[in-house]
Write a protein that binds this ligand. Structure first.
Ligand SMILES: O=P(O)(O)OC[C@H]1O[C@@H](O)[C@H](O)[C@@H](O)[C@@H]1O
Length: 288
């Protein structure tokens, strides 16, 4: 990495368990990320000082396993790889790579940093791609995952900005903005109608097939003006996930009752997006 980038006045780097963490702090907000996975760990705007992101207190942070909580980057596939019997990792291979910073600058929206993974090549993906994560830390957090086709033939990819949002208690949460049908991953992928109201009372693992541009995580412990908004672009679906009690207890890197404190609203491409040679595709999530 070009170390001079780290001397930017709004950046601070620290080694934690052998992994570089970067803190971005300006007049508008603070944000922390691990270079392992370019994984955002925290985002706190200064206008309300409210943490938006859930991090599992049992997350493994030493770069030996994908981080539990925060914002994992799933690419170039989402969930299990489609190839039968493949030993390819769940959610692709860039969340377990070390990324490096390639640019940092300030603009009127905040501080913008761009990062790239060590490599975009991996077993299970044939494309010749360049991948850039561009994060703008300001009043809101803008995350752009830019997939550029540097090869001579088109490729198809899937991805997700797999954000874990902190909530006061899962019973207090109601999502707004979701509509249409979803594929129920806890019921053999059966297509079902989105419930109204949208609450959590059991394991939820759903691919919402209508790419709503705005989802609000309504938490009854917050005023209307304080609710977390998730704005998405470039997606074909939103994935809603909460493991509930049994799966939470089965996850070694999450406390047994961890599921009470978060829900995932993931801006995703799950149906395959074709990027023609020389073109790029941008998957974007804004957290307000
Ligand atoms: O445990 P992982 O690999 O981080 O995945 C967590 C969850 O991620 C969600 O996006 C998937 O829809 C779930 O099926 C999965 O369990």
């Amino acid at each position: 990495m070009n170390n001079s980038l780290l001397s930017h006045p709004h950046l601070n780097s620290q080694q934690k368990q052998g992994v570089t963490h970067i803190k971005i702090e300006n007049a508008l907000a603070s944000c922390e990320l691990s270079l392992y996975g370019a994984h955002i760990l925290s985002f706190k705007p200064k206008h309300d000082l409210r943490e938006r992101i859930y991090m599992s207190p049992a997350a493994i942070m030493d770069g030996t396993k994908a981080i539990r909580g925060g914002i994992p980057i799933c690419w170039p596939w989402f969930g299990p790889h489609q190839a039968p019997n493949a030993a390819y990792p769940q959610h692709g291979y860039v969340r377990t790579q070390t990324w490096h910073m390639v640019a940092v600058s300030d603009n009127k929206k905040g501080t913008q940093i761009s990062l790239q993974p060590a490599s975009t090549k991996g077993e299970g993906f044939e494309g010749h791609a360049e991948l850039t994560l561009q994060i703008t830390v300001g009043k809101s957090l803008t995350i752009k995952l830019i997939t550029e086709n540097k090869g001579e033939t088109a490729f198809s990819y899937n991805a997700a900005l797999h954000s874990y949002f902190t909530v006061s208690h899962i019973d207090n949460v109601q999502l707004a903005g979701l509509q249409g049908d979803y594929l129920d991953k806890v019921d053999n992928g059966i297509q079902k109608t989105t419930p109204v109201p949208y609450r959590f009372a059991q394991e939820v693992d759903r691919i919402q097939l209508t790419p709503s541009p705005e989802v609000v995580i309504n938490d009854s412990q917050l005023d209307n003006s304080q609710q977390t908004q998730v704005l998405s672009q470039g997606h074909d679906s939103l994935v809603i996930w909460n493991p509930w009690a049994e799966k939470s207890a089965a996850l070694a890197d999450m406390p047994d009752n961890g599921y009470l404190s978060f829900c995932c609203v993931e801006t995703a491409v799950t149906q395959g997006h074709v990027v023609e040679a020389g073109n790029q595709h941008v998957l974007q999530q804004i957290i307000c």
